[in-house]
Design a protein around this ligand. Sequence first.
Ligand SMILES: [Zn+2]
Length: 245
Amino acid sequence: MEINVRTAKQLVDMCRQFADVVEATISEQPKPEVPPSWSPPVGVPIVSEYPDGVAYAPEDYYCATLHDLTGVKNDGYGHSGIDLNLAKHPFGDVDRGQPVFAVADGAVVVVDYSTSYLGCVILRIEWDWKPLQVRADRWIGEKLQSEQVIIETGQPTFWRYWHLENDATLKSMIVGMAVPIGTCVGHLGNYTLGAGGDHLHFDCALDKFGPRWWFTKHPEIRWVDPLEILAHRLGKDAVDVMVWK
Ligand SMILES: [Zn+2]
């Protein structure tokens, strides 16, 4: 068979053009979102009933006392994160001993224990999703400044679990070790210094911070609302049951 060279060249060109179109079309497709790979920091519910056997209402599973760094939301009591515990006094201590979990794959950057504040674990977690805009607060001198910042894909975030029992789980946390999502990083300790009783103090900073820092005025620390981030990863409904409104 005789091949028409000119026709063959035209065919090759057409194929190349077609390939270019296909490639352009593929690259225009929206990238699939990373599937949810985050976990609540605490089991919901952590206990299923009051000591007298009465079932909890969903809104009683946890309360997050809503705080901010200035104390405006909390009777002047400035605070870097949220406190998760059972809402009803005096049942605030029945969550003692309950496990708390890594919200995402991370690594241990701080392990600490003191008789005042009990155990503390801080996890470094790289943002594994599309960039997210959040509000970040920090102290500049005596003034609290808020700014909108973007957590970029791959950016480290630092998550603190505080007031943990000094038990075998806490002791097994070693700085530098990888902690997969859902890993139990500790158990709620016997923290009865305040009226709220035992609770998990849970907060998040965009910068590395010290184990016992809270309501800090270190200008390099940008605090963000952990619930805001969790709401993006877990959905609002999942986060709402942690919050006492
Ligand atoms: Zn707290």
